[in-house]
Design a protein around this ligand. Sequence first.
Ligand SMILES: Nc1nc2c(ncn2[C@@H]2O[C@H](COP(=O)(O)OP(=O)(O)OP(=O)(O)O)[C@@H](O)[C@H]2O)c(=O)[nH]1
Ligand code: SF4
Ligand SMILES: [Mg+2]
Length: 400
Amino acid sequence: MADLNLTPSANRVHIGFFGRRNVGKSSVVNAVTNQDLSVVSDVKGTTTDPVSKAMEILPIGPVVIIDTPGFDDEGVLGELRVKKTKQILAKTDIAVLVVDASVGKTQVDEQLISIFKDKEIPYIVVYNKADLKDNVNLNENEILVSAVKKQNINEVKERIGALSKREEQDKKICSDLIEKDDFVVLCCPIDESAPKGRMILPQVQAIRDILDGNGICVVTRETQLVETLKNLSKKPKLVVTDSQAFAFVKEIVPKDIMLTSFSILFARYKGFLKTAVKGATALKNLQNGDKVLISEGCSHHRQCNDIGAVKMPKWLKDFTGKDLQFDWSSGTGFPEDLSQYKLVVHCGACMLNEREMRSRIKYANTLDVPFTNYGVIIAYMNGILPRSLEVFPDIRELLD
Ligand SMILES: Nc1nc2c(ncn2[C@@H]2O[C@H](COP(=O)(O)OP(=O)(O)OP(=O)(O)O)[C@@H](O)[C@H]2O)c(=O)[nH]1
Ligand code: SF4
Ligand SMILES: [Mg+2]
């Protein structure tokens, strides 16, 4: 089980090292991390699969370091490796392009740079093997290093740190909705889907966010909400509930108290609430035979049980009254051809980093395929979306 004291992987800055074979990607990774993370050899194509490791690097902080196979790999296996590297690119927050200084930039490097630009991934170029060639004309985002001689490695870390600071946005889960000393009530059902002995990550993150915002957090089961509200001497500013209990909770919470769900807050936190609300409204346009993609962020559905496989298709069919066709994707896999779908319904994506979600959404947007998520579409089908969006009036108006 994941150690809850550690920053969850999805929230770490993902730093990917890319480049041609044998330029010294793995050597640079090992030098930057000060660990023997990856095997190094003079055989081209030594790294055959992406190698990821979560760690703490000063001055960057909690990161996931990802070493990748050479992007110029050949043959059928090579193509597979390139495909995997492209999947890594989808979740990369900061890219490091490693170039062999004695060779210089090649077409493959230019191709990688244009991918970084296209995906808006901030990047630096590291010319490695400075011990073989030390006169290289450098642009502003380029550095000359030697992994073998450990030259200029601190500079690499500082440059990555600077990029990651620029990336870091001051995002809030709900603390921007409250003021100091405001009460926030979190309704957390404890049923068979709740993990034994602990809270789930979104609940833990919300508690921390409220405390960071100097709010006062009260956590209760939905079944004790009436008792909780009765006994709070001050009216809470906000009630946040698990989506599954929304219908129950909304009957209890008076209209003058803001009410929303964890899914709504996290869709906003991950930057796709607006898209998801717009996507949900596309439900009313679906026709018989339309294809819907159901996409989940992990392959074993520990927290999502049978929502994607069983419940969601049934709910969508019942709600639309149409004979819909379904496809499923899971884990980091996502279909290369989205154009055949009339709607993508994504899970809450708690195990995916934001960059990965952003690239999925961007892809759907370029093809005009509506994209929504479980929490939002369930709220829409149950008629509770308007109330849960009252907190965000500009998004609420998309429903009118
Ligand atoms: N002279 C010199 N050689 C280096 C340097 N860094 C790496 N090498 C050598 O370059 C070769 C390839 O290094 P790797 O780190 O395995 O390169 P890679 O890019 O990860 O290679 P693949 O995994 O095969 O794509 C090894 O023989 C390294 O010892 C350096 O700074 N100077
Ligand atoms: S919300 Fe998605 S990523 Fe999170 S546990 Fe469920 S299937 Fe996995
Ligand atoms: Mg390697």
